[in-house]
Design a protein around this ligand. Structure first.
Ligand SMILES: C[S@@+](CC[C@H](N)C(=O)[O-])C[C@H]1O[C@@H](n2cnc3c(N)ncnc32)[C@H](O)[C@@H]1O
Length: 267
């Protein structure tokens, strides 16, 4: 990684602040709205009130992967506009608690106003970095995350923070982008490719290595379908690297994929 971590945080924050500002505040058509989502099973989507359209920037379904139970405390790393937190809140019920952490104030504002509209009082949103979680040690049963860890400039630190806040026996259930083979150099250097969930992605072995170093066990990574349109949309607004125009998209299609990842903090 050659870029400065602060520059990455700033670029990613600006990118997602722009995206959420451009999306409808509620119930309106939006290209990334749940009403059009093919990431989640129909029954999960139906758990939101009819006509409700909450914005998603995810690349999978960590909710189904997490198998949440009533009464659990859940933490969502990079909660965005709050969609996975709202699904989790329904699953854990009134006796459970859901915390969403995100560094982008515009996302936190949107998530808080949606939670209010949905009358969910077992959900809260905290502004902060995944590399320095504003969450107590040993306080969370399950951590979920949807297309966020790839965006961090210090993934090892994110896993060590995740491990710190999980209770022993706790579960990590993540949807994220990883790679199979190296990405073209120009992509890796592009800050907008980083913000688009491509340039920051690492190979599965490296991902697993960082989880192991943090202390996680029983690690499982399952690739899921990630089609060309998804990659095109992630790369759509790259403006900062002229050479990108000359890169064969096929090199990227082959290398980048979405995966379901689970791991546990030993009991
Ligand atoms: C691709 S969006 C995914 C949002 C949400 N999980 C979803 O599925 O819609 C990435 C989100 O992660 C947040 N984020 C990225 N890097 C972060 C970091 N290092 N610390 C905290 N939040 C971060 C961004 O602000 C953004 O809201």
């Amino acid at each position: 990684m050659t870029q400065n971590p602060d520059t990455i945080h700033e670029t990613v924050r600006e990118h997602y602040a722009e995206r959420i500002k451009k999306s409808a505040s509620c119930c309106g058509p939006d290209s990334s709205s749940t009403s059009e989502s093919n990431l989640y099973p129909v029954d999960l989507l139906a758990s939101l009130p009819e006509g409700e359209s909450v914005v998603s920037y995810g690349c999978g379904d960590p909710i189904t992967l997490a198998s949440l139970q009533p009464g659990q405390t859940v933490l969502d790393l990079g909660s965005g506009a709050g969609l996975d937190c709202f699904f989790a809140a329904k699953k854990v019920g009134a006796a459970g608690h859901v915390i969403g952490v995100d560094m982008t104030p515009e996302m936190i504002d949107r998530a808080r106003s949606s939670a209010k509209r949905l009358n969910l009082d077992n959900v809260e949103f905290r502004q902060g970095y995944l590399e320095e979680l504003p969450v107590d040690a040993n306080s969370v049963d399950v951590i979920i995350s949807n297309c966020v860890i790839n965006l961090s400039p210090d993934k090892a630190r994110v896993f060590s923070e995740a491990f710190r806040v999980l209770k022993s026996g706790g579960k990590l259930a993540v949807s994220d982008i990883i790679t199979d083979g190296p990405l073209p150099e120009a992509i890796k250097k592009s800050l907008s490719a980083w913000a688009g969930c491509v340039a920051g992605a690492v190979e599965a072995n490296e991902y697993v290595g960082m989880m192991k170093a943090a202390g996680f066990t029983d690690i499982s990574i399952t690739p899921v379908f990630f089609d060309k349109e998804d990659v095109d949309s992630a790369l759509a607004d790259m403006k900062d690297t002229i050479e990108l125009k000359t890169i064969a998209r096929d090199d990227i299609y082959k290398a980048v994929y979405s995966a379901k990842i689970t791991a546990y903090k030993p009991s």
